[in-house]
Design a binder for this molecule. Structure first.
Ligand code: MN
Length: 233
């Protein structure tokens, strides 16, 4: 059978060292840093035993922005930045639940990204118990850096995620502050979805989320190893 429209392009993220990573899905984790959960008015779990289950939502694959050029989105007066570690899966998970100990083997590499959020629409959705899609899954809502292969990065926990806007530090946290670490999140996601090569996971943001204005210049970093430069038009 012949396609009746041209095939839409597959979103791709450049990989350090060469090649590109085709994106299948974008999963996102909400409330994965205690300090951010508290600033949003939620209670943070006091211990691992009290974590419950993670908050998940999705963005469309074509929300990816790889050139750092983001147009201020329609429908909002309160666009917020959320700097996040991004995990890229290089292999399909086996059928069924993925064991925590088997999860790391699926990881191709890491990037830093911005989970751009229409905060006013999210607040309205929360107040009415409605879905977050229009607050989170809009066009150009997922700027990402190049992907760095996992072996180049080594252990994640000691690394620090940060975001500067117009040269001022807005967000900063060590990754050992994640409530759910990468293998734990992949394990939890596998209870709900079949994880596949090409999937990205935005791991959640630390405290300090705030508004962006047209003209703002963002620099997101994982230590001095990964950098994302992004401009709001
Ligand atoms: Mn987020």
């Amino acid at each position: 059978m012949t396609d009746v429209i041209p095939t839409p392009p597959v979103p791709r993220v450049p990989v350090r060292g060469g090649g590109t990573f085709p994106v299948r899905r974008i999963y996102c984790v909400g409330r994965n840093f205690a300090d951010h959960a508290r600033e949003m008015g939620a209670t943070a779990p006091a211990s691992k035993a009290e974590r419950g289950t993670p908050v998940f939502f999705m963005k469309p694959a074509d929300a990816i922005v790889v050139d750092g050029d983001v147009a201020y989105p329609p429908g909002t007066q309160d666009l917020h930045h959320e700097v996040e570690l991004v995990v890229a899966l290089g292999q399909d998970a086996a059928a069924g639940e993925l064991a925590v100990d088997d999860a790391q083997a699926l990881v191709f590499g890491y990037a830093v990204g911005l989970d751009l959020t229409r905060r006013d629409l999210q607040a309205a959705a929360k107040a009415k118990g409605l879905p977050w899609d229009i607050a989170k899954g809009f066009d150009q809502s997922a700027p990402v850096s190049e992907l760095v292969p996992a072996a180049e990065l080594g252990a994640l926990a000691p690394r620090t995620l940060s975001l500067d806007v117009n040269g001022q530090r807005r967000q900063q946290s060590a990754l050992d502050q994640l409530i759910w670490d990468v293998p734990e999140i992949l394990h939890e996601l596998s209870k709900l979805y079949a994880l596949r090569a090409g999937d990205l996971v935005f791991m959640g943001t630390p405290a300090g989320v705030a508004a962006l204005q047209p003209g703002d210049e963002c620099v997101a970093r994982l230590d001095d190893v990964i950098e994302l430069r992004c401009r709001i038009r």
